[in-house]
Design a protein around this ligand. Structure first.
Ligand code: FE
Ligand code: FE
Ligand code: ZN
Length: 165
């Protein structure tokens, strides 16, 4: 895809996040399953549901821009972050230690998303795409609150992990 205008970059990055969110939706159930802490499970499940809304918002925006939802574009950044997260599940960490490691992996996902949606909000504003801006801001806020929730959970979960043999 040739990027000749800011609008082209906007569309390109929307498709990137569409791919990223779909990958996250696929990865979350496994993490929820492996989590030992019920609070961590709940936080991940809440975010899984929020992620479904985020996919719907991107579909609405891409639809309004008359863009096919894309399939063609794969977010390699998110693929890499999720691959590293998945490695943790196979590296022998258990229980509280695995929970602590998964929180770190999940926060890398959130930070990628916060960076990407912050940029998308700025593009939408610049381009006068008011509805898209509103939807992207909603998603950005959800990503930030998911990240904050994980930071809060890490306080007790890292402490418990550190107390384990
Ligand atoms: Fe998301
Ligand atoms: Fe990406
Ligand atoms: Zn997220």
């Amino acid at each position: 895809m040739q990027l000749k205008s800011l609008r082209d970059v906007f569309t390109h990055e929307l498709k990137d996040m569409y791919s990223a969110e779909k990958q996250i939706l696929k990865a979350l159930p496994k993490m929820i399953n492996k989590a030992e802490s019920a609070d961590l499970q709940d936080a991940l499940e809440d975010h899984r549901m929020a992620t479904e809304s985020q996919v719907n918002r991107l579909e609405e925006i891409l639809g309004s821009l008359d863009e096919p939802k894309g399939g063609a574009k794969k977010c390699k950044g998110m693929a890499g972050i999720l691959e590293e997260g998945d490695e943790l599940l196979h590296d022998g960490a258990e229980n509280g230690v695995l929970d602590a490691a998964m929180i770190g992996a999940a926060q890398k996902v959130e930070h990628y998303e916060i960076a990407a949606y912050g940029t998308l909000v700025a593009y939408a504003k610049q381009l006068g795409e008011d509805r898209a801006m509103e939807l992207l801001e909603q998603t950005l806020e959800e990503e930030k609150s998911a990240d904050e929730k994980l930071t809060e959970l890490a306080l007790s979960i890292n402490d418990a992990a550190n107390a384990e043999a």
